[in-house]
Design a protein around this ligand. Structure first.
Ligand code: UDP
Length: 326
């Protein structure tokens, strides 16, 4: 069994990844500064004999060198995430997402660690294609729209990771996540599913931005994590980029209706302009659907849970959680 380093391991996706790695017998070191991650996400595992949690920033170079020392596999998930946070603070986004990734890749190359880089469907920008293939063009908007800082910063990470693979033979796998949802995700950073569920359960309005005709595909975090661990272990995945998510699109209006149906809530749906939610310079992505053929061809599977199944699972967690999510 391997010794794994998970940066961002206290985050929503990271904490599920840590759970999976421990369950299969790996030892795990988590590095997280608890900025968007929550200590609570790992509290049920804090006494686990094969888990070490280090609270600190990936921008702390000596600390990064220290935590890499034991690692055989690195899952690099730490990043500035969430459209709202990114729109609010593009400087932080760039600083957190680029320099530490380069350092981590360099340290990994010195030890020839297997390396998973968490990237994002944001790298496709607003490419108008029906379904996005990994080799499609990246189509960002102008630099005056802060939203694109996130996708651009992750695209640089991908360039770096691929270059380390080509130049130093680093066994790197890049996963582009598409709207990952599930238990422990919170709505503070703009994510639509927890926001709609919270509003529906509280009897508050569900705010749908624009006309609600924009489309997304929502994947359950457990299935996504299963793909991450599977791909990282496969030599045939090295040096490649993978879309990871669901390929079943739904409009945001449809999502709001589904949330109301499942919760039995009588909350109203209200429409808001993007400018009200994110500020004047905001640009959204109208349609975002992955082509998952590469993932399926390499791994032999892809996320399959349907939206009602996923929402029911989140709802179960939400209703079972005694503590308020703060
Ligand atoms: N959205 C919405 N209401 C909200 C939060 C988000 O209508 O309270 C919309 C948002 O404008 C986007 C979609 O839902 O079109 C998905 O947003 P999210 O931030 O979850 O992910 P994104 O796909 O934008 O990264």
């Amino acid at each position: 069994m391997a010794h794994c380093l998970v940066t961002g391991g206290a985050g929503f996706i990271g904490s599920h990844l840590v759970e999976t790695l421990l369950a299969r017998g790996d030892s795990v070191t988590v590095l997280d500064n608890l900025s968007t991650g929550r200590g609570d996400n790992l509290s049920h595992l804090s006494q686990h004999p094969r888990l070490q949690i280090v609270t600190g920033s990936i921008t702390d170079q000596p600390l990064l060198s220290e935590v890499v020392r034991e690692a055989e596999v690195i899952y690099h998930l730490a990043a500035a995430v969430g459209v709202r946070l990114v729109a609010d603070d593009p400087v932080r986004t760039i600083e957190t997402n680029i320099y530490p990734t380069e350092l981590l890749l360099r340290l990994a190359a010195q030890r020839n660690c297997r390396f998973f880089l968490a990237s994002t469907s944001e790298v496709y920008g607003k490419n108008p294609k029906e379904r996005w293939n990994e080799d499609d063009d990246l189509q960002f908007g102008s630099t005056t729209h802060p939203r694109w800082a996130y996708g651009c910063s992750k695209a640089i990470d991908e360039f770096l990771a691929l270059a380390y693979h080509t130049k130093f033979g680093l066994p790197v796998v890049i996963g582009r996540f598409f709207n990952v949802v599930g238990p422990r995700q919170v709505g503070h950073y703009g994510m639509v599913v927890p926001r709609f569920l919270d509003a529906a359960l509280a009897g508050d309005p569900l705010f749908v931005y624009d006309d609600g005709g924009q489309t997304r595909c929502f994947a359950h975090v457990r299935e996504v994590v299963d793909c991450v661990v599977g791909l990282t272990a496969l030599p045939s995945a090295c040096g490649r980029v993978y879309n990871i998510g669901s390929d079943h699109p739904i409009t945001i209006r449809g999502l709001a209706e589904e949330v109301l149906r499942l919760t039995g809530s009588r909350s109203p749906i209200e429409y808001r302009a993007y400018a009200e939610a994110y500020g004047r310079d905001f640009e959204d992505v109208r349609r975002r659907v992955p082509n998952l053929e590469r993932l399926e061809a390499t791994l032999g599977r892809k996320p399959r849970l349907t939206l009602p199944e996923i929402l029911s699972d989140i709802l179960k967690w939400r209703l079972g959680e005694a503590r308020p999510v703060t």
